[in-house]
Design a protein around this ligand. Sequence first.
Ligand SMILES: Nc1ncnc2c1ncn2[C@@H]1O[C@H](COP(=O)(O)OP(=O)(O)OP(=O)(O)O)[C@@H](O)[C@H]1O
Ligand SMILES: [Mg+2]
Length: 334
Amino acid sequence: MPGKIKQIKKAIKILEIANAVYKLLGANGHIKDIREGPKVYSCDYSLDNPGAVDLGKLIKNLGGNLSKIGDKELTIDLAKAEQDIVQLASLLSSPEFKKTKNALPVIFGVDTVGKPMILDLFKMPHLLVGGQAGSGKSTLLKSVYESLTRKLKSSALKFLIIDSKNTDFAKYKNSQYLLKPIVNKPEKGLVALEQVVDIMNERYAQLRAAKVKNIQEYQKKHKDMPYIIVMVDELSDLMAQNRREVESCIQQIAQKARATGIHLIVATRDLSRGNISDMIRANLPTVVAFKTRDKSGSVRILGEGGAENLLNYGDILLSNAGRMPVRMHPAYTR
Ligand SMILES: Nc1ncnc2c1ncn2[C@@H]1O[C@H](COP(=O)(O)OP(=O)(O)OP(=O)(O)O)[C@@H](O)[C@H]1O
Ligand SMILES: [Mg+2]
């Protein structure tokens, strides 16, 4: 009996969603599939007569509901009234994370239907993370830390954390994974970034001397070159003080550091052009957009609108080098 009640409740829910979708879209087509994830229902809708439909008007009707539009089909994500929190702890112990072969596996939460999203920072290889205050940027950075430290030994992985708010990363202050103590003063942020550039250049000399092209070849021969993950939280505190020098470091790291095993993650809530300058935007093509206050913030970071329609936290659009943004729900960790 309880199983039956569950089934009936589910059917009612799906009817409600179908109703909502027809309200938004009119009877221009039919629903093909409805899938439930932790935070949204994704509904595939097929247009019966695509030529006869004013797509512009349809999209306008969708309002704040994120959608992916094709020629004949669209997927619309409707926010659930009761949303689940995606817990990092359960993803850390998931089979998907356990068996990943990624060089630098990072848990990005789950996709809209709840499938674990484990990506390889080695391939991304640097990230610009932007979104309004409280949208979950620092939480994602902590997921990066927790994922990587679970998989790599401290002899093979070091973090350099520039945390100018001095709150989110304090718990890691005695960690053996730190390259140097957490940098809390914005004015010391530039010094730290300059050190990273120096390390990168020294590593290039090491690679040349060993006659190898990159860290992975070097590790096969010598094994003593740890990956370094540089996390800047929050960029605007550094830009306010040493704009040109900070830009220059970011540019050099973004262009050259990957072969030397150095990866940069820059987070910011200030999506203005004054902060995310054209140079920074051009050098960090892999973008994680959290909810933005308005469309212009989304356009600045993502190159298009959409992030203004995300949920308040735990909801991102990830865009890898200009490819179509993919929606994911990052995991929560303290
Ligand atoms: N993935 C998540 N799932 C559920 N809740 C979340 C998630 N990420 C963040 N939160 C909630 O939002 C709060 C703010 O998150 P966080 O500090 O990461 O935001 P932020 O973008 O770094 O903010 P700020 O701009 O102030 O630095 C968290 O304390 C938590 O309560
Ligand atoms: Mg933060």
